[in-house]
Design a protein around this ligand. Sequence first.
Ligand code: PLP
Length: 390
Amino acid sequence: MDTGEFYRDTWAEIDLSCIEENIRSFRHLLPDTTEIMAVVKANGYGHGALPVAKTALEAGATYLAVALLDEAVALRKHGIEAPILVLGRTRPEDAGIAAKYRVALTVFQASWVSEASSHLQDGQQIPLHLKVDTGMGRIGTRDKEETQELVRTIEKSPHLELEGVFTHFATADELESPLVEQQFERFSESLAWLKETGAAPRYIHCGNSAASLRFPEQIFNIARIGISMYGLAPSGELKNVLPIPLKEAFALNTRLVHVKKVQPGDTVSYGATYTAKEEEWIGTLPIGYADGWQRRYANQGHAIAGGVKVPFVGRICMDQCMVRLPYEMKVGDPVTLIGEQGSEKISMDDVAVQNDTINYEIPCLITSRVPRIYKKSGRILEKVNVILNF
Ligand SMILES: Cc1ncc(COP(=O)(O)O)c(C=O)c1O
């Protein structure tokens, strides 16, 4: 999808060279026998599933993962041929869609297997990845009987093939968590249960970004890399001990649409929660909570204008918000909300910490109303504007 242009002064810039370098760094870190599954769910953590998937595959990933069947179908419809795994539960009645689009599904309920199989026709086949819950407490089989019954039910169906077995860590991003070791042990145990049934799936996986960064030799034969492919550390703790450089791909920019001088006592925005203490220059930015610049960011944090950090003042409105400028700036001057300007930088982590959340959430929240500009090697590759394309 490339509508070419957009007609607003707020946009995200995604540097695909960073994604490429991050995947290459993981390729060097991981053993040659460990493949990379690039996690592009939630529209590539807000970065754009299609361009990220293409870049990751070119850079060495061999598999893609999404959360929903719809996300997998969308990638297929845009020409992605690589294998795709849906990490969440797919409705059994939609198994035919998975077969049609050659999508691998996650499975953890024997009843699901029988039902899905009944929705498939002669010649239709889907690869399945069995999910074991070793401590995340979300989805997955939890005991031997349940796991082996599931494997046997899969074996009975001519339509289903057990391609993989996997689990997901709850605390791999915490350096001192004993749960990680426990989950490794429970996963080994489940692999033994599988062996007893005679099943030998091609893929065994447990490494999200954090586990892949910390235990590259122990995460079996495919790593599920999400957050760090986008250049972000899985946690503050891990940021200090990264074995590879991570390059942040996402920047968020806007421009001043209005600049005015206010007097002491004048207030700014809904609720009049900000009061000028002296004569102040206030700049208005055309970005608000409908763009994913959340209302809870009110009166917190900074943007960068004129190469200096400028504080947000007053409540964030649906489409606009305000910053206090150190001097009179011009309408049209660029303002960086995430990224670098001059010698200043605001990272995704800065925004996350400031707003009491994790870096994962920030780009996911930037809505489709914000056009994305894709760059590679300093050149613009593509502009995507969903407003003109809904
Ligand atoms: C099952 C599963 N695997 C892998 C990932 C990727 O994790 P990360 O983004 O921490 O690399 C996720 C993300 O939430 C996930 O749910």
